[in-house]
Design a binder for this molecule. Sequence first.
Ligand code: IDP
Ligand code: MG
Length: 154
Amino acid sequence: MQTSLILIKPDGVQRRLTGRILSRFEEKGLQIVGARFMKIPLELAETHYEAHKERPFYPGLVQYMTSSPVLALALRGKSSIAVIRKMLGATFGSQADPGTIRGDFAISDGYNLVHASDSPEAAEKELGLFFPEGTVDYGMADTPWVYDVESDLG
Ligand code: IDP
Ligand code: MG
């Protein structure tokens, strides 16, 4: 099981797509283990995207991410980090395949609705930033139907 940090970005909230985006993750079988609706403080946005500090789009990216609230989510599931990245589609909305979240709802390159951790190392770091008190551990009643428990989780 892996846990990934997702942000439904300011454009997702402003365009009232929060519920539809979250539904896609729930429908896939992912479990919500953290949720926090928040305006990202400047310092947190800078730290979250510090790998891009030298890129020309970084100032605009930090401005975008702090301009309006986001919904931060911790989502858990088998291979969830790679699964969620595939569900997002390519970074640029103009290039993302139909059927992906960005492909279906975004046409902008920068305003691409959703962030997701891209590796286990990034997930650990990002979950620590957005959920410093940890995630919420609990069982799901449908686990034996979402998973073939012995072969998927054995
Ligand atoms: P990712 O979100 O698919 O992981 P990254 O390359 O990590 O993509 O970039 C982080 C975010 O920065 C993107 O989601 C997008 O909002 C923004 N971004 C990346 N490249 C550009 C660009 O060339 N122009 C404008 N915004 C960009
Ligand atoms: Mg990234």
